[in-house]
Design a protein around this ligand. Structure first.
Ligand SMILES: *Cc1c(COP(=O)(O)O)cnc(C)c1O
Length: 385
């Protein structure tokens, strides 16, 4: 591999994970899954990931530009934009047949000009049920619906909401309250004669733990990448008496040793002199830093893998460099492969471990891996072209 630093993607893992999540639903063969590929497919590389998800019925992204990129890559399946689209760019979304998440009457007003029965705006109304993020409050819905009904170019295709508190707890009462609010809204809009085809509320944790949230499509992100939303979700799944998906991590992140040198006992390493050697130390310099997405919080606490062994980080993480202790891996050589995230022999550095070192969550660890890093698709040990 002629790269200094790169990300490897296991070819079969994304679709495997998708099918594992789908198996959590009752109609497991055909149940539609919307694959959430926002944020460069959670840092994995969106172009690579979409090519490895043949079983995804839909894709979801955050922004208009991400949606346009999917179209540019030749994706013809439905694509839902989850985030906000500027009023002046709504016409571009309609032109590319991207589905819009809508919760503002201002957006409806603008769609009046931009959409027509021949080129409809397919909208998914997002309901505020208690996350207090994006969404329309149930009490404002009647007005919103009557406004939408007057616009011939608008097709209400979907209805959605998002849960606030499934991942972080073993107590799921809050999620149940949100679900009840959502079900009330479903009745209300049915009474108003509106029947969206696609009802979707289930992120990965909901998909695994709450079949009641599945409606007629899952909307999952983190699980596709082989990662559990949290330890609480994993524990809840073990005791829920439901199928537990076998998720396979998709990504490994690697680099090569850029310098090796012996420094005396008592030497300081890195900015701020936060580490001092207490023995003669074989120091390895790695060409990766926080600008590449390697969390600065990992300084003085993380490990990397070299020749199947753990090497501890010494000192702070720099912008494009970090230092490790190779004293106990004397056989290591310049340009040896280094695993920052992933497996090497019997050792593993998981996104969860790294998250713990950095004081964050696995989602943030993977999504912040720099998009400039080359992504290489692997089939077992072989590169796939
Ligand atoms: C990111 C996101 C998801 C996916 O959540 P996961 O926990 O990664 O499965 C689903 N819905 C919305 C609205 C999101 O923003």
């Amino acid at each position: 591999m002629n790269y200094l630093k790169w990300v490897e993607i296991e070819e079969s893992a994304p679709d495997w994970n998708l099918r594992q999540l789908r198996a959590c639903s009752e109609d497991e063969q055909n149940f539609p899954v919307c694959a959430v590929v926002k944020a460069n497919a959670y840092g994995h590389g969106v172009r690579e990931i979409i090519s490895l998800l043949p079983s995804a019925a839909w894709f979801a992204v955050n922004s208009l530009d991400e949606g346009l990129e999917l179209r540019h890559c030749g994706i013809e399946r439905p694509v839902l934009i989850l985030g906000y689209v500027l009023l002046d760019r709504l016409a571009e979304a309609i032109e590319a047949d991207l589905r819009l998440t809508v919760y503002n009457t201002e957006t409806l007003e603008k769609l009046k000009e931009a959409a027509s029965p021949k080129k409809p705006a397919r909208i998914h109304i997002k309901i505020e049920t208690g996350t207090n993020r994006q969404g329309i409050l149930p009490e404002n819905l009647p007005e919103f619906l009557s406004c939408a009904a007057l616009i011939p170019g608008i097709k209400i295709e979907g209805l959605s909401t998002h849960f606030a508190n499934i991942e972080d707890t073993l107590n799921h009462e809050y999620a149940e309250t949100q679900l009840h609010r959502f079900e009330e809204v479903l009745r209300l809009i049915g009474d108003a004669g509106v029947h969206p085809e696609v009802i979707h509320t289930a992120c990965t944790a909901a998909a695994i733990l709450f079949p009641e949230t599945h409606f007629n499509m899952l909307r999952t992100g983190i699980g596709l990448y082989g990662l559990w939303p949290s330890r609480e979700t994993y524990l809840s799944a073990q005791t829920a008496g439901r199928p537990v998906p076998d998720l396979k991590p998709v990504l490994s992140w690697k680099t090569k040793i850029a310098q090796i040198k012996i420094i005396p006992s008592g030497s300081f390493v890195g900015y701020g002199c936060t580490f001092r050697t207490n023995r003669k130390t074989r120091l390895g310099v790695l060409p990766v830093g926080y600008a590449d997405g390697y969390d600065r919080g990992c300084g003085n606490s993380a490990h990397v893998l070299i020749r199947g062994k753990r090497a501890p980080l010494l000192g702070r993480v720099c912008m494009n460099l970090l230092m490790v202790d190779l004293t106990d891996i004397p056989q290591s050589r310049l340009e040896d492969e280094v695993v920052l995230l992933g497996k090497d022999g019997d050792e593993i550095i998981s996104a969860e471990m790294m998250a713990e070192w950095a004081g964050t969550i696995n989602y943030e660890i993977v999504t912040r891996i720099s998009p400039f890093m080359p992504r290489v698709i692997k089939r077992g040990k072989e590169s796939v072209h």
